[in-house]
Design a binder for this molecule. Structure first.
Ligand SMILES: *Cc1c(COP(=O)(O)O)cnc(C)c1O
Length: 426
């Protein structure tokens, strides 16, 4: 459910017509709905509560959409943050997430990043290898601190998702091999500077079946029993993110949060542990659209092309993951009386064959300047953007009821080039 709806024949974000925002901001731009962000967080939190999981923490996965205003919206509801870099640590803190609700994930944390996170006293480091545990132990000891760690284990489960966003299989780079988990906990326990107090998994993203989660959580329950038998004091289970969302608008129906919460309760409610989740896409994807306008259409011999001012530089998901995003005109009536609906490849101006936003889409013939919305673009959209082809990164707008603000401005060319220099020998 989201707050992007047609009213009086034109698409609105909450109370505001998209066309008016486009007029004020210029296209392309991202538009986020605060009400939708809050709803997604609240639905998940209430589902967990209703399943009886009282000790819980939802750490929003900042990498899905790391705009400060987005993080702040969630922080105000009590969300924690799941971060994967020192930069995301800065964002989370600046947006008002308390350090004691921040977990630090990722396979490649450096000593400098560890120091930054230890200095502010984050809740937990999710560690992924023995050498990372050693470095964290040394770094924490040198600072006179103790890091709480959860060991990210790889349950070797196929989440049935796209290969580039599957993370829980044995051949993926993530986590400590299941068979080595007990050794790794023993290793950590023997070190100063770290306390192994949690188990962490994250099996992939855009997972649309609940069954892989169920299998993973059952494996966790088994490992928890083994680790406790080994004498480890495990207090937290971090079950990662990954719950899928609908991208097609009408057709696909991913699992609903209450069924997901029920599986957690069925497998882990007697664990005596705090249950932590790291959802990103679930919260942000349908809370954002990318608004673009038609530059021109081009009817080729084999295909029709609708060339728009957004591109793979704004939304890389179609070409990176083969992802489908629903695309529709802002004006609901466009083409309604027109039998001439055609099939279009909706493409950007970037000089790459892979620069498309949607292929073979049924859309009316649109004039130059007509506005289109690309839906479910709030997660892994703006964050994956680039300035390739020296394009100006698209601004981001947050709508909240009748209020709206530019929450990241479009840079100008001067600031885009500001960091570059021509050496004086040239
Ligand atoms: C990316 C990521 C997430 C969020 O995944 P979603 O599919 O967006 O929910 C959570 N945890 C970790 C460790 C991640 O890498």
């Amino acid at each position: 459910m989201d707050e992007f709806t047609y009213r009086d024949g034109t698409l609105h974000a909450e109370q505001l017509p998209i066309a008016a925002l486009a007029e004020a901001v210029g296209t392309p731009f991202y538009c986020y709905s605060a009400a939708t962000l809050r709803r997604h967080y609240t639905v998940l939190d209430e589902a967990l509560a209703e399943a009886g999981l009282s000790e819980r923490l939802i750490c929003y996965s900042v990498k899905a959409n790391s705009n400060l205003a987005v993080i702040a919206t969630l922080a105000q509801l009590g969300a924690g943050a799941d971060i994967v870099s020192q930069g995301e640590l800065r964002r989370a803190l600046e947006a008002g997430v308390p350090a004691e609700k921040i977990v630090f994930s990722g396979v490649g944390k450096t000593a400098e990043e560890m120091r930054a996170a230890l200095a502010v006293g984050i809740l937990q480091f999710n560690v992924e290898s023995l050498s990372e545990i050693d470095l964290l132990a040394d770094t924490a000891t040198a600072m006179g601190k103790t890091a709480h760690i959860a060991l990210r284990v790889n349950p070797d489960i196929d989440a049935g998702t796209h290969e580039k966003i599957s993370t829980g299989k044995a051949e993926n780079k993530f986590g400590i091999a299941w068979e080595e988990a007990r050794t790794a906990f023993a290793h950590a326990e023997a070190l100063d500077g770290v306390t192994a107090s949690g188990i962490d998994i994250h099996i992939g993203s855009q997972i649309t079946e609940l069954e892989p989660f169920g299998r993973a959580f059952e494996k966790i329950a088994g490992l928890l029993a083994d680790l406790r038998a080994d004498g480890h004091d495990i207090r937290r289970l971090d079950l990662g993110g990954g719950l899928g969302v609908p991208y097609g608008r009408d057709n696909d129906t991913p699992p609903d949060p209450s069924a997901y919460a029920q599986i957690i309760a069925d497998t882990l409610s007697d664990s005596g542990c705090m249950i932590m989740l790291e959802p990103g896409r679930l919260i942000a994807a349908n809370a954002g659209i990318l608004v673009t306008s038609v530059i021109r259409t081009k009817q080729g011999q084999a295909k029709n092309f609708m060339i728009v001012d957004a591109a793979m530089t704004e939304l890389m998901r179609p070409t990176l993951y083969g992802a489908h995003h629903h695309i529709a005109p802002i004006d609901e009536d466009t083409g309604a009386h027109d039998a001439a609906i055609k099939q279009w490849d909706v493409v950007g101006p970037v000089c790459e064959t892979g620069d498309y936003l949607g292929l073979d889409r049924d859309l009316p013939v649109l004039e130059s300047g007509a506005l289109l919305a690309i839906f479910a673009a709030g997660a892994y959209g703006a964050v994956l953007g680039s300035a390739y082809n020296t394009r100006l990164p698209a601004p981001e707008v947050l709508v909240d009821g009748e209020k709206w603000a530019i929450v990241r401005a479009r840079p100008d060319y001067q600031s885009l080039l500001a960091g570059e220099a021509i050496p004086d020998w040239l």
